[in-house]
Ligand binder design. Structure first.
Ligand code: ATP
Ligand code: MG
Ligand code: MG
Length: 554
């Protein structure tokens, strides 16, 4: 990698190493909960955590499944997360962990806290607990159960584990300070009773640790040195430190917060993504309209573009919203360098070259990628009957329209200059069914007579050689910015009914007949497209990844 990004977190890590803190080790972790698929926001965290590990000699980054919530987690998500981290180009080099593997240790640490008088079993109802907690301006008050003896707490906690009590009957709480100005320190819950099977531990447990208890201890158990999390956990840091210190855990990881990535027009909350998938408002987690890594991948994004985007936006201490156009800029840059150019006609309009010999076929040499000489050339077939895009013809051309119109000339890319000499219409509808043109044999592309210049060059396919394809165009999933949707509104009412446009009967050059799912192309003058998994032999389906910013001959 050429130049490593620099930011305030990398500065802290470098300073810690220089000072010999954590014995000079650097161990980060990426800790997803396996309750959904990863999205572009997670990519920011992956690039940061795995990136720092790669940049520091001997550095490691753990992939840890933060799986302490039995009702929402699933092995299917575990697999998808592993695939996505690898797809982005990172590797945990064997350091894969599950928080659920620590359940026994977490239990032992809780018993330690109870023995020290630092945790107690509370038997208030959830509602009473809320009342006792107080507010931002009003101190909380102690639960009447706060003064239970150590022995009583040990006994109740053991019986909680043994399954003697119903959900909600008791919780284990840290004994910190009900008057703390930081509500997170007002005796937070460490364990809840939950008679639910866990995808890994089955019914071995009927109580589960809270995030605020399990997370710092998982970090400590694994010897994480720098625990990087998003800003909303800043107020949890004193609790993080309290848990590590009071349990006497073996290591003292350092929590550092950074701003989460927000993207305009993107649905990023896992809860909302799950709702879209479950209500079938999109076609699964890998729907190309979603900012999930599987969705972006299916749409045609490359891991390189996503990593370049993450490096570019960097890591800061203040929340900001990033424009979707910036992400699109990075995929354009990447595909411009490597996507082969092809010709495809999305809305075909038939063109007959009246003076071109019937039955003649010419092989034209086409450049695969002007940005990459090594990509070579291919042959495209030219014949008497062609298709062009409907948008490249106007019967009544407005000012500034330089493409084909009655009496006007354009160049057919890699072919000849043609002139429109007639228009055939369907007598019933008045719709144009075909154009008649003449070609100028003196103007073959690349030939020595290629003298004449015309104002526009357009793409085309040969009618008898082109193959039919379906093309899917994507527009933003939301009609407004997610941040602008009032919280009391049903956000699904803001879904864009035009987010997916399916074009059938598109015609693409025959070289695409054997293109494999995932292959990426530039459709000349239109944008970048990739072959979708829904393709069948001989009938490809393409997803538009992104349009071209600058078409070369508008
Ligand atoms: P949710 O809050 O919807 O359950 P989450 O975003 O917390 O989901 P996790 O699986 O817990 O999902 O996230 C794993 C890691 O990815 C966390 O360390 C989290 O900080 C990071 N992460 C998640 N979303 C973003 C984001 N938008 N920007 C940066 N980092 C993120
Ligand atoms: Mg989370
Ligand atoms: Mg979260």
């Amino acid at each position: 990698t050429s130049s490593s990004p620099s930011d305030f977190i990398r500065d802290i890590v470098a300073a810690d190493r220089a000072a010999g803190k954590h014995e000079g080790r650097v161990v980060t972790r990426f800790p997803p909960e396996p309750n959904g698929f990863l999205h572009i926001g997670h990519a920011k965290s992956i690039c940061l955590n795995f990136g720092i590990a790669e940049e520091n000699p001997g550095g490691r980054c753990h992939l840890r499944f933060d799986d302490t919530n039995p009702t929402t987690e699933d092995p299917r998500y575990v697999r998808a997360i592993q695939e996505d981290v690898r797809w982005l180009g990172f590797d945990w080099h064997g350091d894969m962990f599950y928080a659920s593997d620590y359940f026994e240790q977490l239990y032992d640490y809780a018993v330690r806290l109870i023995r020290k008088g630092k945790a107690y079993v509370d038997s208030l109802t959830a509602e009473q607990m809320r009342e006792y907690r107080g507010t931002l301006t009003e101190a909380g008050k102690d639960s009447p159960y706060r003064t239970r003896s150590v022995d009583e707490n040990l006994d109740l906690f053991a019986r909680m584990r043994a399954g003697e009590f119903a959900d909600g009957a008791h919780v284990l709480r840290a004994k910190i300070d009900m008057a703390s100005p930081n509500i997170n320190l007002r005796d937070p819950v460490l364990y809840r009773i939950r008679h639910a099977a866990h995808y890994r531990t089955g019914t071995a447990w009927c109580m589960y640790p809270s995030y605020d208890y399990a997370h710092p201890l998982s970090d400590a158990i694994e010897g994480i040195t720098h625990s990087l999390c998003t800003l909303e956990f800043e107020d949890h840091r004193p609790l993080y430190d309290w848990v590590v210190a009071e349990t006497g855990a073996p290591h003292r990881p350092q929590q550092i917060e950074f701003a989460r990535l927000n993207l305009t027009f993107a649905v990023m909350s896992k809860r909302k993504l799950l709702e879209l998938v479950e209500k079938k408002l999109v076609n699964g987690w890998d729907d190309p309209r979603l900012p999930t890594l599987k969705g972006l991948r299916r749409r045609g994004y490359t891991p390189e573009a996503i990593r370049a985007f993450c490096d570019h936006i960097g890591v800061a201490k203040r929340d900001a919203v990033v424009e979707m156009q910036l992400l699109e800029h990075f995929i354009r840059e990447d595909l411009n360098k490597r996507a082969p150019r092809v010709m495809a006609v999305l809305k075909p309009l038939k063109v007959v070259l009246d003076n071109y010999p019937e039955g003649q076929v010419e092989e034209m040499e086409a450049v695969n990628n002007p940005e990459d000489p090594a990509a070579g050339t291919r042959t495209v077939l030219f014949s008497r009957v062609l298709y062009i895009d409907q948008d490249d013809f106007r019967e009544d051309p407005p000012k500034q329209f330089y493409r084909l119109a009655p009496g006007r000339e354009v160049r057919l890319r890699y072919g000849y200059i043609v002139k429109c000499v007639g228009v055939t219409k369907d007598p019933a509808t008045g719709r144009i069914t075909e154009l008649h043109c003449t070609y100028d044999p003196e103007t073959k592309s690349g030939s020595s007579q290629e003298q004449r210049k015309v104002k526009a060059t357009i793409h085309w396919v040969s009618a008898s050689h082109a193959i039919e394809a379906e093309v899917r165009l994507y527009n933003p999933l939301l009609v407004t910015d997610a941040a602008k949707i009032p919280p009391d509104h049903d956000w699904t009412l803001y879904l864009n009914p035009q987010s997916l446009e399916r074009l059938t009967g598109c015609l693409v050059e025959p070289s695409l007949r054997t293109a494999q799912p995932g292959a990426r192309f530039q459709f000349e003058r239109q944008g970048y497209f990739c072959v979708d998994a829904d393709s069948t032999p001989g009938r490809p389906v393409f997803n538009r990844t992104v349009s071209l910013k600058d078409a070369w001959a508008k």
